[in-house]
Design a protein around this ligand. Structure first.
Ligand code: UFG
Length: 365
């Protein structure tokens, strides 16, 4: 089976995709600078590979290190790359746009350049629904004009365009996957979402119902419930209740991270089969409001989410729901279409995050 370079493979979506690739018998080389990636994710991927026949290699390094990327391609016979490594906080990008252009755009282009030089012909790129901005119509079709509203979305759109031009000129093809709201955790309980800081709705709603000593994800991130400083655990802030939606709160398309991981395998195999360069949406086509998410978290956990209503968060479009026609045409279908099922996997992960990991691995690097 081909060897796939996975940049950012120690992160949330990257590690789930690396797991899916290993399960599909691909050999995997993860390149991650470990600024936001997790050692425990790497250990779990290593363990998974040991149980099967795939080779798994982890290299700590930077995607913009051209010599390193070229060496990895030659040493391991890399045939394709899946590029996740990036900054991904919309709010931060509005405060420090330069970081997003340096880390995402400049480094992404350096990576693509190294891949082209080394003879890699296929890239699956981690893009985002944020390229659309406020869409004219929902569900959002893939030919909808892109108008990113923040530097994060703009940085992803720029890389999509760079990939398109590389494909025009070189024997090189790519598929950019525009994710809607990635959510949930590996149903096997091996991997899950652990951002620091956490800004996403579902993990924040789950954490709002946990006591510090129950918060396994916080412990995995290195916070000890016995520390003098208690964990900062404010109630969930509900950003905006006056949107033009049935219950006044924003509607999003929550796509389970395992379905998202599978979409990368479908894209990769399409490229290996000769599919031209393209951009595909990845979502379920179903939208849920913030209040519906809170309700799902309450039903799954059996606890009440403490909520305070807050003003709108700048830059939040009222409704983002995907039309994922291109993926579906290739036979991809999300397995998780029920919000409660997605939340359930996240809840299981929040309860079991410390299992399987030796305590020395419990800190993010
Ligand atoms: N929300 C709250 N309170 C919170 C956190 C979120 O009310 O504490 C609301 C947001 O206002 C939004 C919804 O919950 O309406 C979902 O918010 P998330 O932060 O979980 O996700 P976003 O929709 O803002 O962003 C996600 C990805 C981005 C990507 C975007 C594209 O995190 O990287 O989808 O659709 F750009």
């Amino acid at each position: 089976m081909p060897t796939i370079l996975v940049t950012g493979g120690a992160g949330y979506i990257g590690s789930h995709t690396a797991k899916r690739l290993l399960e599909a018998d691909y050999h995997v080389v993860v390149l991650d600078n470990m600024r936001t990636g997790h050692r425990w994710a790497i250990e779990r991927l290593r363990r998974l590979a040991e149980q099967g026949s795939s080779q798994f290699v982890f290299v700590q390094g930077d995607v913009a290190d051209t010599a390193l990327v070229v060496r990895l391609v030659h040493e391991y016979g890399v045939e394709a790359a899946v590029h996740f490594a990036a900054l991904s906080l919309v709010g931060e990008s509005m405060q420090h746009p330069e970081r997003y252009f340096a880390e995402n755009v400049a480094k992404g282009i350096a990576l693509f350049n190294a891949l082209v030089v080394a003879g890699v012909r296929y890239v699956v790129f981690s893009s985002t629904a944020a390229v659309y901005g406020i869409p004219e119509r929902v569900p959002i079709a893939e030919d909808t004009p892109t108008h990113p509203l923040n530097p994060y979305g703009a940085s992803k759109r720029m890389l999509e365009e760079a990939l398109r031009w590389l494909g025009e000129v070189h024997p090189f093809r790519s598929i950019s996957l525009r994710y809607f709201n990635a959510a949930g955790a590996d149903p096997d309980g091996w991997l899950g979402e652990a951002h620091d800081p956490e800004t996403h709705l579902i993990p924040l709603a789950i954490r709002s119902v946990l006591c510090p000593d129950e918060d396994r994800v916080a412990q995995l991130l290195g916070y000890s419930p016995t520390q003098d400083q208690p964990l900062d655990r404010p109630p969930l802030r509900l950003f905006g209740t006056d949107y033009p939606t049935p219950d006044g709160t924003c509607i999003r398309d929550y796509i389970h991270v395992s379905d998202l991981a599978e979409a990368h395998v479908v894209a990769l195999e399409a490229l290996l089969d000769g599919h031209p360069t393209d951009c595909w949406n990845v979502g379920t086509g179903e939208g849920y409001s913030v209040r519906q998410v809170i309700d799902a978290v309450e039903r799954v956990t059996g606890r009440t989410v403490p909520v305070v209503e807050a003003p709108r968060r700048p830059g939040d479009p009222p409704v983002l729901v995907a039309e994922a026609k291109k993926l579906k045409r290739l036979g991809w279908e999300p397995k998780y279409t029920e919000l409660r099922a997605i939340v359930h996997t996240a809840w299981r992960w929040h309860n079991a995050a410390l299992e399987l990991v030796p305590s020395s691995q419990n800190r993010a690097i």
